[in-house]
Design a protein around this ligand. Structure first.
Ligand code: GLA
Ligand code: ZN
Length: 651
């Protein structure tokens, strides 16, 4: 059986039985409590290398055999990890090449995790060996339903071999033509023209790091090498097993998860929001979290799995606040509502030593089941077990927000403007404004199929290749509504500025010319539809064509009275340009107008601010992220929700 064939939603989490081998009775207690909590699936072996291969080439699978059999005897499935996320000391000692070199050229010592060279042949050989041993032994075990490759892959390595690989990668990309690379990287600037490939090094704070095309290519290369490393592990596992494979993703921005998603069978991710952060209302955190769920769902347009989350607190936020009673149920249901085929925790049993000993867990150090956390976990397990019909269900969205990883890298690396550009936060604001209208929203990359959508919002899409420009043109020409903002189409895929006027390649589509961008110290405002809305950070000075409608104008500064928001028809569609960073209230109003105009109906007739609504299959999930009672109207009826309540209605 594989994970797609499991009847019920997955419920469980990361389980580290190897930490408890010498503690008699603990495994049996774990199993008893797992059953009590309706747990049906655990992730094993994420950090087990030392326990499986204590000496080079000497394998001991007896404890793993034992625990997998015990789990299976209790009806609990296993997602089995390859252990490459962290390695045993002997391996690092004998083969120092497996350890990373940092960007400042310091060689890392053994320690922590995620500390391996992405190109090291020895590391690849050693992981391939243990991975294939695992696959040979457990690839057909009835309990095992999926392979979990490595763990939260991230980071780069600047060793000599990785640099040589980088040069090889560049030679392929630039057709073995240094002139092409010099042009793409604009190396005449500050006299950096390369005359031999061997002169090129990875970016470094003690060397070159101000050439944007160079920095971009290094991140692209690292992202590619990470995926290449992942695929080398998949190949090792595939020798003996055809179970689905996954790699758990995170909220990281430096790996192209869109590309990684093409290489996994099921998208999985680790969800750790700062739930009760005093700086933002719970609903804002909820909407940012639903953005992440929707991004991971949209990658494959399929259900995903929230493969990690905490039942209570984490150990690495600046303030590690407990989830209030009821919030774990609500945040878990939110994952389900947005397309997760289960709820998984880190960790089942709280470890006794080292850095995660105070991280939340299903079973605490007391070992008791009469705890607040355990009781809530068990009640949720019981609820999920009653709803197998949710598994596999999926609802397509009419609207999407474009959030692109390569654009993240370019926008983050930009010099000038304001320090804090917050690309993801801005995408989240646009997303939240659509969610506040009450619809399902996808979060897509630039390679997604735009034709699935009626409306696409693409905030700050700074970097646009000819191909992306053509896609946008085609989408709008064909009838799509496209909303863009300041910083749209400034540069091409090498981060070379578009020539001849902005937004590059799209001036006729938006019916504007963007002449300048102002970063502001304090605030400005726009007047729109008889009201005034606050503006901060950025104001572009744009010139509309004669057939462009002006929806808002600036109130202050030397561009007072000039257009700030415009609409222009192009082909069968329409292009909106929001030239300033407007407040949430304005975005909410604008998107409500855009979505209604395009005939997209909200899922509810009305709802209070603390509510988020999402459809999945035949079910409507209405979630109250407010500390007080909230109301929604559905089919002419008023529905009241208690604080943190999630209501599941049949549509
Ligand atoms: C990550 C890791 C886990 C664990 C948790 C703690 O998501 O994958 O191994 O360290 O963080 O929050
Ligand atoms: Zn390396």
């Amino acid at each position: 059986m594989n994970i797609f064939e499991m009847e019920n939603l997955c419920y469980g989490g990361d389980y580290n039985p190897e930490q408890w081998i010498d503690y008699e009775g603990i495994w049996d207690e774990d199993l008893r409590m797992m059953k009590e909590a309706h747990i049906n699936c655990v992730t094993l072996g994420v950090f087990s290398w030392s326990m499986l291969e204590r000496e080079e080439g000497v394998f001991d699978f007896s404890w793993l055999d034992n625990i997998i059999d015990k789990l299976w005897a209790n009806g609990i499935h296993v997602i089995l990890a390859t252990p490459s996320g962290a390695r045993p000391p002997w391996l690092a000692q004998k083969y120092p090449e497996v350890l990373r070199v940092r960007e400042d050229r310091t060689k890392q010592l053994f320690g922590r995790r995620h500390n391996h060279c992405l190109t090291s042949p020895v590391y690849r050989a050693k992981t391939a060996r243990i991975d294939s041993e695992l696959a040979k032994r457990y690839g057909r075990h009835p309990a095992v339903v999926m392979w979990h490759i490595s763990n939260e892959m991230n980071g780069d390595c600047h060793c000599e071999r990785c640099q040589e690989k980088f040069r090889e990668w560049l030679k392929i990309k630039y057709h073995n033509n240094l002139d092409e690379l010099n042009h793409a990287w604009w190396t005449t600037f500050w006299s950096h023209i390369y005359t031999d490939w061997s002169q090129i090094e990875s970016p470094s704070t003690i060397g070159e790091n101000i050439v944007h095309g160079h920095n971009l290519d290094w991140i692209r290369f690292t992202s590619d090498m990470t995926i290449d490393f992942y695929n080398s592990e998949v190949a090792a596992v595939r020798k003996y097993s055809d179970l689905p494979v996954t790699a758990n993703m995170m909220d990281y921005e430096f790996l192209d998860y869109g590309k990684l998603a093409e290489n996994v069978d099921m998208v999985t991710w680790d969800n750790y929001p700062q739930w009760h952060d005093s700086a933002s209302a719970l609903i804002d955190t909820a909407l940012r979290t639903s953005f992440m769920h929707d991004m991971f769902r949209s990658m494959k347009q399929q259900p995903f799995l929230m493969i990690e989350s905490t039942p209570s607190l984490v150990n690495w936020h600046s303030v590690n606040k407990l989830k209030a009673p009821g919030l774990n149920t609500l945040s878990s249901m939110q994952a389900i509502a947005h397309g997760s085929d289960g709820v998984m925790y880190f960790q089942i049993r709280k470890s006794r030593g080292a850095s995660e000993k105070f991280h939340g867990a299903v079973i605490g150090h007391s070992g008791r089941s009469d705890t607040r956390v355990f009781r809530e976990v068990a009640a949720l397990g019981e609820l999920l077990a009653k709803h197998p019909e949710i598994k596999g269900s999926y609802t397509a969205s009419d609207a999407a927000v474009l959030y692109d990883f390569e654009n993240v890298w370019a926008v983050n690396d930009l010099w000038g403007l304001k320090e804090n550009r917050n690309y993801r936060e801005i995408c989240m604001e646009h997303y939240a404004s659509m969610k506040r209208f009450g619809i399902n929203v996808d979060v897509i990359g630039k390679n997604a199929d735009f034709s699935r959508y009626k409306v696409i919002a693409a905030p700050m899409l700074y970097m646009t290749s000819d191909q992306t420009i053509e896609k946008i043109r085609g989408f709008i020409r064909g009838g799509g509504i496209f909303a863009a903002t300041y910083l749209t189409s400034y540069a091409d895929e090498h981060d070379l500025c578009h020539m001849g006027g902005l937004p590059g390649g799209l001036m006729d589509v938006f019916g504007i010319w963007n002449e300048e961008i102002d970063s502001i110290y304090d605030s400005n405002a726009i007047a729109a539809g008889g009201k005034e809305y606050a503006v901060s950070d950025y104001c572009e000075i744009i010139h509309p064509d004669s057939d462009t409608e002006i929806l808002g104008t600036y109130k202050k500064d030397f561009y007072a009275g000039c257009p700030a928001v415009t609409r222009h028809s192009y082909g069968k569609g329409c292009a909106y340009y929001i030239a300033a960073k407007t407040d949430g209230e304005y975005l909410k109003k604008l998107y409500a107008d855009i979505l209604s105009e395009r005939g997209i109906a909200p899922l509810l007739e009305g709802f209070d601010d603390g509510i988020s609504v999402t459809r999945r299959g035949d079910k409507l999930f209405i979630m109250n992220f407010s500390d007080s009672e909230s109301e929604a109207s559905y089919k002419g009826e008023k529905i009241k929700l208690h604080p943190y309540e999630c209501l599941m209605l049949e549509i």
